[in-house]
Design a protein around this ligand. Structure first.
Ligand SMILES: [Zn+2]
Length: 121
């Protein structure tokens, strides 16, 4: 969660950390995480980038600070948030009542070309 709160919090980029769906991918795949870490030069990071909390997408100065962070409330809250599945387009469509049920085709002969588009999902 970004340090700046309020409705505009998401648009403030200075302290904006990774979004939950990105962290989800980080936890699932080491390569994904490495790609993100490679975007930052080690000498610019706190503790030369050695102490990183994957769940919170945060770097720390030392192992002590990282350990302290892992015991804290923000980290635990974040871990709990991560247990939920990331919000997906599929979920959004389902909530809006959009499904991929195309119904019955009335004129089968007219739909020969279009029928190839069925069962794509
Ligand atoms: Zn953390």
């Amino acid at each position: 969660m970004p340090a700046i709160r309020g409705p505009k919090s998401k648009s403030k980029t200075r302290r904006h950390t990774r979004d939950l769906d990105q962290v989800h991918a980080d936890v699932a795949s080491k390569e994904h995480l490495q790609k993100y870490k490679d975007l930052h030069a080690h000498e610019d990071l706190p503790g030369f980038g050695d102490f990183y909390c994957t769940e919170c997408a945060k770097w720390f100065e030392s192992q002590t600070n990282l350990d302290k962070h892992a015991k804290g409330k923000p980290h635990k809250r974040r871990v709990r948030d991560l247990k939920e599945e990331p919000y997906s387009q599929k979920e959004a469509e389902a909530a809006a009542g959009l499904t991929t049920d195309n119904g019955k085709r009335l004129n089968e002969e007219d739909m020969v070309d279009a029928s190839e588009d069925e069962d794509v999902r």
